[in-house]
Design a protein around this ligand. Sequence first.
Ligand code: FAD
Length: 407
Amino acid sequence: MRIIVIGGGLAGLSVAISLAQGGHDVEILESAPAITYIGAGIQVSSNSSLILRRLGIDKYIEKYCTEPVDLRMMRWKDGNLLVECPLKEPAQKEYNSPYWHIHRADLHRGLLEAALDRGCKLHLNSRVVSIDPDAGSLLTQDGTTYSADFIVASDGLHSMARSIVLGKPGPPIPTGQMAYRVTLPAAKLRGIPELEEIITVPRNNHWLGPHGTILSYLLEGQNEPLINFVFTCDVNEVDLPPGVDQRMGTAEEVRNSFKGWDPRIEKMLEYVEDVLYWRLYTHAPLATWSHPSHRLVLIGDAAHAMTPYLAQGAAMSIEDAAILVLSLYERLRIDRVTKVASASVESRWFTQMEDGDKQRERDAWLLLHPGIEPGHINLRSDKLWLDELFGYDAYQVLDEVLSEASS
Ligand SMILES: Cc1cc2nc3c(=O)[nH]c(=O)nc-3n(C[C@H](O)[C@H](O)[C@H](O)COP(=O)(O)OP(=O)(O)OC[C@H]3O[C@@H](n4cnc5c(N)ncnc54)[C@H](O)[C@@H]3O)c2cc1C
């Protein structure tokens, strides 16, 4: 089949690779004039690393991956440990695939190389401005018409294809929160005793605070180890014009938004120059991801933009890429993604409680229940939830459904 993929982000490249490996002729239309690599780190949990490995992408990225030992949740004010959830061992032993931290640039570059090696054609500067799904054709901004048997729209958060599939506008919804993202060479923080552990032990450090969280983890980086920080908080007074979701920020802004947090954060911010500000969005679950013509489907953020509190947006996109088998696609994907998206919202409220009775009750419970157990109140420590989320093998699910259908 001749397939056009709209958008060369993480979802678009993953699906292009998956389809090309299935023997299809794939062209990717990307609006940007060049594939530039912005952003910071990304967490790749077992449910998505399993697919990347099955698609052979590990060969392109593995050297840039770090495996965190655990996720440590800490009190915002002083960094006191509340709960520790192992990551590396369960990923390897129970979910059969590693939990990785990687710089987005390294993942994106690896995916692009793998897509090109598998014969996908990439057209840059090719913003899709209209789609005729019944005819299987689309038009780009420079006036070129493309036709295909099937169109996969992975055009992200502000997808233009979403409104064509829905038959009405479907813009994403602001969450009222934003994230400051900071990446800096770990060596810059070397020699500061209170930061030593953070820059040497690969773990997922998560400070829980009122209306915000801070996350830090190590990245292998291209040339040297990096430390990545994500500061999530309510949208600050410096608003963004409509349609703009990112801008450069300053360490001063971060400092103002996170006054009084763990003194280690204040110390670390002395060494920060570049800050990236990202506005956070979500989307109500869509009733359908495919156009009635069955020639146009949505994947990735175009289908299910979700909050980042469980670090699952790209992971769900990679699962989509594995399962994109026409009529089975929505049946297998919508319920799972809706569940993960709603758990992600739940996670926001659990991790960002104001100090008070509820927070004290939560912290007391966490301190009494270290580690992972079934029914734990923290999703990241709940064995049942983790089995469902990280233990999901998209290929196995697909095989089971296909063999059920054929019998
Ligand atoms: C702060 C933050 C932290 C996150 N952390 C994680 C994490 O740790 N783990 C995880 O799994 N997920 C994480 N996510 C979510 C993840 O980043 C997204 O789900 C993922 O990047 C979506 O990929 P995508 O390809 O669908 O969209 P995008 O990356 O937005 O790609 C869309 C592409 O389409 C192109 N495009 C748009 N319109 C057109 C058009 N009309 N024609 C042609 N091309 C077009 C764009 O230029 C772009 O290249 C995080 C998100 C945020 C905001």
